[in-house]
Ligand binder design. Structure first.
Ligand code: PLP
Length: 416
């Protein structure tokens, strides 16, 4: 179906997709939680440990120099991938959560005071809520949430009404991990800047799936995770405007982040090393570089088009499953990424997910780390199918058939 990507060819690059689960070929529909990894990424990490491994920025010996060069090359490549020409703004961290915490505990703690407001939305992941709650408690700033429209998009009028003189930072998901809603982050940035606020974009669900360019968006910070974009676990990035990062005190102290250390004080290294205390995840950065190279080889426009097409098909096919309630804006009329969230009858999503697993279909079930959004949907939890470059439309058919079978089974159980 996909004219954009040769999915069958792509699948050959992912060894895990050859695996069977419960005697059937794996149907992996949980890429929003974490993606699978292609050979190129596995090989890059393996090769680094076999051939180059040494600590970075310290040794003068050959391996040390090669490891440092590889680590810094990875930084420049990842920075370019998100449209940042200047790699000094790209700080390697463990994941999106750590990136957001770095802004909250670094920039926000130093800049917020009582009366200031942190503007969030009702569709945020816990990792873009809880750090702000902690920092608000510490600084006396308050949290304000932008409402959603009935079909799960950002309520623009409410955003404009809540953005004001007191707003110091707007922290918003580019793409909702539950609803698949794509937020107009460029327009959010221009409004926020006009109001004098900075903007952090949570790119956990956008950077892996569509072209993302910090210059075009106009954001001040962008957070994302390597493991959701074909890269290894334990590596992610915070991009920040270098001029803002220059004025921000480091969060962690230790080796590598200093210029000079005296008994009673120290001076800081330059960007980005000021924010990277201790030995970094060099293999992770190199694996992420390989992931970026793989994605660029496919073309991010093509990746996004493939997922839009899959979402459109998933809505069309799943809407025919009796008793299935689908949440979120409906593609293709509405802006939507490769995520479909649903409930079947009154079956608990955990039970549903277990039944689907017997057919080797892996979906996520639960509150998806978005409990405020679950309250807005007025459900305790949902099931979620999410797609990526290796997802075939046939897998959506398998999901739909498994849901139809589950409905048969549960309607007997529920109705007696
Ligand atoms: N933000 C969003 C929108 C997410 O979907 C996720 C992960 O699911 C995160 C943040 C947190 O990512 P990580 O667990 O890699 O820190």
């Amino acid at each position: 179906m996909s004219m954009e990507l040769d999915v069958r060819r792509i699948r050959e690059d992912f060894p895990i997709l050859r695996r069977q689960v419960n005697g059937r070929p794996l149907v992996y529909l949980d890429s929003a939680a974490t993606s699978q990894k292609p050979e190129a990424v596995l090989a890059a990490v393996d090769r680094y440990y076999r051939e180059t491994n040494a600590n970075v920025h310290r040794a003068i010996h050959t391996l040390g120099e090669q490891a440092t060069e590889a680590y810094e090359r990875a930084r420049a490549r990842v920075a370019r991938f998100v449209g940042a020409g200047d790699p000094r703004g790209l700080i390697f961290v463990r994941n999106t959560t750590e990136a957001i915490n770095l802004v909250a505990w670094g920039w926000a703690r130093q800049n917020l005071k009582p009366g200031d407001e942190i503007l969030l939305t009702e569709m945020e992941h816990h990792s873009n809520i809880v750090p702000w709650q902690l920092v608000a408690r510490e600084t006396g700033a308050s949290l304000v949430y932008v409402r959603l429209t009935p079909d799960g998009e950002l309520d623009w009028a409410d955003f404009k009404a809540k953005l004001g003189r007191r707003t110091r930072i707007v922290a918003v998901a580019h793409v909702s991990n539950v609803l698949g809603t794509v937020n107009p982050v460029d327009a959010i940035c221009s409004e926020a800047h006009r109001a004098g606020a900075v903007v952090l974009v949570d790119g956990a669900q956008s950077v892996p799936h569509m072209p993302v360019d910090v210059g075009a968006i106009g954001c001040d910070f962008l957070a994302f995770s390597g493991h959701k974009m074909l890269g290894p676990m334990g590596i992610g990035a915070l991009w920040g405007r270098p001029e803002i990062l220059e004025g921000t005190e480091p969060l962690f102290g230790g080796g590598e982040m200093i210029a000079e250390v005296f008994p009673d004080h120290s001076t800081w290294n330059e960007l980005p090393w000021k924010f990277e205390a201790g030995t970094p995840n060099v293999a992770g950065a190199i694996g992420l570089e390989a992931a970026v190279e793989y994605l660029e080889g496919l073309g991010m426009e093509a990746v996004a088009a493939h997922e839009r097409e899959l979402s459109r098909y998933a809505y069309e096919r799943l809407e025919r499953v009796e008793g299935l309630r689908i949440y979120g804006p409906r593609p293709p009329e509405k802006s939507h990424a490769g995520v479909v969230t649903f409930n079947l009858l009154s079956v608990h999503p955990h039970d549903l997910s277990m039944i689907l697993d017997q057919r080797a279909v892996a979906v996520r079930a639960g509150h998806h780390c978005a409990q405020p959004l679950m309250r807005w949907l007025d459900v305790p939890s949902t099931a979620r199918a999410s797609f990526y470059v290796y997802t075939l439309p046939e897998e959506i058919d398998i999901l739909a058939e498994a849901l139809e079978e589950a409905r048969e089974y549960f309607s007997h159980v529920l109705l007696g």
